[in-house]
Design a protein around this ligand. Structure first.
Ligand SMILES: [Zn+2]
Length: 302
């Protein structure tokens, strides 16, 4: 069996899949706050418990924010900052007594959707995470393209393309730059836009509900968000031209974003038209953990 772990900033999820991809077990626990060692022992406990309950050993794949630096072998770019600078894959291998495959969580999301999700019939799948952060992953032929610097797909830290004057220089990003796509397309950005129009604090989900019941500022926020999303996706299409783009993360549940999105992307992409399928994730927020499980043996890291 394959065990997948999604080591997130707020929760740690474990899943066990049989050879066909059927779910044998699933657990979700809050991520212990504070230091680096407690989340690791939580992962070890989840794996030990799963194997005891199921009476078999499994391979272990882990989805985590950030990636392993090719220069140092340590985690970089993680918004779970306690992981940065740590040899997370080696520490987990030692703790679990077996080789552990570790991959960026957005890459795992894209892999899951490419294997048996919304991109299952497609060769080139780009998975997009729209949530607390904005990430992405590229999968070709059911294989994650990690890239030379292991940052392939990280479109969230490209600048917002075709910026309007009032979008320059854009909000400060935790990566040190201004105006990153993430600062316009994360959940907090939608709330910020609504607050600037109304003075009220609503979550992304509440803004979508308000728009549905006729709230004009909420509708304007969604229209602007969709246009920014289209600009961002147009650059992905210009570079990779994927067969399918799969949207995941909390904001992918906002159904208003999908209608007319390919046509809107077509206004920006370098093409006479865009008929790329832009789909909602089939496995919802379980895609990261499923993709982590699929790191064995589908993806060969060589
Ligand atoms: Zn950034």
């Amino acid at each position: 069996m394959r065990i997948g772990i999604d080591l997130g900033g707020t929760k740690i999820e474990a899943i066990a899949l049989d050879e066909a991809g059927a779910t044998l077990l699933r657990r979700r626990v809050p991520t212990p706050a504070g230091d680096y060692t407690r989340p690791l022992s939580t992962v070890a406990d989840l794996v030990a418990t799963a194997e005891k309950e199921l009476g078999q050993q499994g391979t272990v794949g882990v989805a985590a924010p950030g990636s392993i630096s090719t220069r140092t072998g340590l985690i970089k770019n993680s918004n779970s900052t306690v992981l940065n600078g740590k040899p997370l894959d080696r520490d987990l291998s030692t703790l679990l007594g077996r080789p552990v495959r570790l991959e960026n969580d957005a890459n795992c999301f894209a892999l899951s959707e490419a294997v048996d999700g919304a991109g299952a019939d497609a060769d080139l799948v780009f998975g997009v995470i729209l949530g607390t952060g904005v990430g992405g992953g590229l999968v070709i032929g059911r294989k994650i393209i990690v890239g030379h610097n292991r940052i392939a797909g990280e479109w969230g830290h490209n600048p917002l393309p075709w910026p309007h004057d009032n979008e320059r220089p854009g909000p400060a990003c935790y990566c040190g730059k201004h105006g990153c796509i993430e600062t316009f397309l994360c959940g907090a950005a939608l709330s910020r836009d609504y607050r600037s129009r109304t003075g009220k604090d609503l979550t992304a989900e509440e803004i979508a509900l308000a728009a549905d019941s006729g709230d004009v500022p909420a509708r304007e926020c969604l229209v602007l968000y969709q246009d920014r999303l289209a600009r961002g996706l147009a650059t992905i299409i210009n570079v990779f031209d994927p067969d399918v783009i799969v949207l995941g993360g909390g904001l992918s549940n906002i159904v208003q974003f999908y209608a007319g999105l390919p046509a809107l992307v077509g206004r920006y992409a370098f093409s006479d038209g865009v008929d790329t399928a832009i789909k909602r994730a089939a496995h919802g927020d379980s895609s990261g953990v499923r993709g982590a499980a699929w790191l064995w043996p589908i993806v060969s890291r060589g």
